[in-house]
Design a protein around this ligand. Sequence first.
Ligand SMILES: Cc1cc2nc3c(=O)[nH]c(=O)nc-3n(C[C@H](O)[C@H](O)[C@H](O)COP(=O)(O)O)c2cc1C
Length: 209
Amino acid sequence: MTIHVEIEPKILYFGSSIVLISTMNVDGTPNLAPMSSAWWLNRSCMLGLSSKSQTALNMIREGECVLNLPSIDLISAIESLTLVTGRNPVPESKAARGYQFEPDKFGKSKLTPLPSRDVKAPRVQECPVHLEAKLIKVHPFEEPSSLVALEVHIEKIHVDQELTMKDHPNYINPSKWNPMIMNFCEYFGLSEQLSTSRLSAVFGPDVTK
Ligand SMILES: Cc1cc2nc3c(=O)[nH]c(=O)nc-3n(C[C@H](O)[C@H](O)[C@H](O)COP(=O)(O)O)c2cc1C
């Protein structure tokens, strides 16, 4: 029998995929920031962010962003964007945790900007998935929290062609897509496929065609 104990962890990162958000700064340069509090519903995504982050400020001002999804081979790039912010001066609470200002996130991470189609922020060439998105609504968390949930609508989807199913070009082959998962403060990939969900009858490709 499982014995449950009461605990008080600092964070509740129970494992979700990492999103690298690109946005535009006021001065016309791009910002990049990793985050993992994201969930998806139809063509929408809800992004949990600190309203003090440069990313949230840029998204609220510009009304758009690109959600770049890194694969597990980009861990060192994500690490290089950890504990840095595009905000200058660095907010006090972040400076106390060791964050530093970094104006050139693409240079720091050695990632390559690629022009987007519908939004000003660039895509990240090295990420296999790019989702150009428009901000729909800002949902503030209960005060005094400075967290916000930013609801975005995905306007354009670009994927590495190697990820699509051969006979179904509008479907991503899940056995080829290897998302980077933040599991507490450790990076994970996915384990092997275990079985097929009955939802594949609704959302999967029509295999009779
Ligand atoms: C793997 C990873 C996941 C993160 N997840 C989140 C998150 O879900 N929400 C958030 O506000 N910050 C998250 N952060 C912290 C942001 O990256 C950090 O606040 C950063 O300074 C934001 O950069 P910016 O101020 O230039 O936007 C995460 C960082 C890493 C490395």
